[in-house]
Design a protein around this ligand. Structure first.
Ligand code: NAD
Ligand code: DAU
Length: 355
């Protein structure tokens, strides 16, 4: 049986990926996750007792642990999702981002270097280390600029994106210097089930349902490209299967939206599916608040390379994906409430009180 090691598989995208892999492949999935505030075993309820799923709580920076897991399970691929992922948290406290995203990735790469160098020649060739990264490493675009291609220079603007950029460089260096067969993907904003409600779309859904204000940073005209998480998972599997070693692939949804458009769309869907008892539209709760420092104006992905070389394009439109997503949150209110009852309230106070 083939084994794939997934790191960060109890987070938003990682847990979707683990479920996806167990459903559509025959592989065993070893899932290494530190269970930070963003890691949640409830995301994995559907695969809790799955015979091909092994969950291990631990840190990607813990060399003895990763050495042991690699030796024990002998994976033919690693997909590295583990990271601190929230831009606003990186502004309030960058240290964890440096620790996990840079130093953690470095330790994981060192562990992989030791493991890979001892593999028999055929297995060495087959092995892949796929590093999941972000479009934010390319910096900010003006309204008219062409979308990011894989050859755009790196220009990260937040501690989060700088830490991801740094990890991308390390991954690249381990290919060029040591020959480790790496792949890097740079993806745009994901949305869908199990996204931690610190991020825009689930935050808006949860605040609206509680009749709380819907905070929009600055003028709401910042633009993001949005991709349904299930499409990101199929893209990663496609790159693992068909990507050329050492290459970078941009992944995007081809759905650029302003933040205000996103919030309007979510409000309108909620008006249909879960109308406020007062009968008043949810848009009334929109509140413009102090901007995010260094707020990137626009991200856009040119996904020509992955479409042309690998044949991947997204299956979901934004219109279909966002209805699925809002419906999922409405059907899983206990999941969100369990999060809201924890340390989440401290974060909300820290990030929004002075805005
Ligand atoms: P998330 O914050 O929801 O999940 C991160 C997971 O990593 C959590 O389960 C957490 O417990 C785990 N983790 C954190 N530090 C760890 C450590 N030191 N060792 C082991 N596990 C650790 O993040 P996400 O939104 O699912 O993002 C996953 C990856 O995809 C990240 O690398 C992120 O940079 C990248 N990405 C995210 C998006 C997006 O829109 N969410 C877009 C592009 C790329
Ligand atoms: O582009 C990919 C990136 O997308 C990933 O690498 C990150 O891990 C992921 O968190 C996401 O980063 P963003 O900063 O774009 O996502 P977030 O949901 O935090 O914010 C989306 C936009 O909405 C952004 O322009 C900031 C704005 N925003 C966000 C929050 C939380 C608001 O206006 N109000 C809010 O309360």
């Amino acid at each position: 049986m083939e084994t794939i090691l997934v790191t960060g598989g109890a987070g938003f995208i990682g847990s979707n990926f683990v479920q996806d892999c167990l459903n559509v492949t025959e592989s065993r999935v070893v899932n290494l996750d530190k269970l930070t505030y963003a890691g949640n075993l409830e995301n994995l309820t559907s695969v809790k007792d799955h015979p091909r799923h092994v969950f291990v709580q631990g840190d990607i920076g813990d060399r003895p642990l990763t050495d042991k897991l690699l030796g024990q399970y002998k994976p033919s691929a690693i997909v590295n999702f583990a990271a601190e992922s929230h831009v606003d948290r990186s502004i309030h406290g960058p240290e964890e981002f440096i620790q996990t995203n840079i130093i953690g990735t470095f330790h994981l790469l060192e562990s992989v270097r030791g493991y890979w160098s001892e593999l028999p020649e055929q297995e060495k060739e087959r092995f892949r280390f796929l590093h999941v990264s972000t479009d934010e490493v390319y910096g900010s675009l003006t309204a008219e600029a062409p979308a990011f291609t894989e050859t755009n220079p790196y220009a990260p603007n937040s501690p989060y994106s700088a830490s991801k950029a740094s990890s991308d460089h390390l991954v690249r260096a381990y290919y060029h210097t040591y020959g480790i067969p790496v792949l890097t993907t740079n993806c745009s904003n994901n949305y869908g089930p199990f996204q931690f409600p610190e991020k825009l779309i689930p935050l808006i859904v949860m605040n609206a349902l509680k009749g709380q204000s819907l905070p929009i940073y600055g003028d709401g005209k910042n633009i993001r490209d949005w991709l349904y998480v299930g499409d990101h998972c199929t893209a990663i599997r496609a790159v693992l299967a068909k990507g050329s070693v050492g290459e970078v692939y941009n992944i995007g949804g081809n759905h650029e939206k302003t933040n205000l458009e996103i919030v309007h769309t979510v409000c309108d869907i909620l008006d249909e599916l879960a109308p406020d008892s007062s009968g008043a539209p949810y848009r009334r709760l929109i509140t413009f608040v102090k901007d995010r420092p260094g707020h990137d104006h626009r991200y856009a992905i040119d996904a020509t390379k992955i479409a042309g070389e690998i044949g991947w394009t997204p299956a979901e439109t934004f219109e279909s994906g966002i209805i699925k997503t809002v419906t999922w949150y409405l059907e899983n209110l206990t999941w969100a409430e369990n999060i809201a009852n924890g340390s989440y309230q401290n974060w909300i106070a820290e990030n929004y009180e002075d805005r």
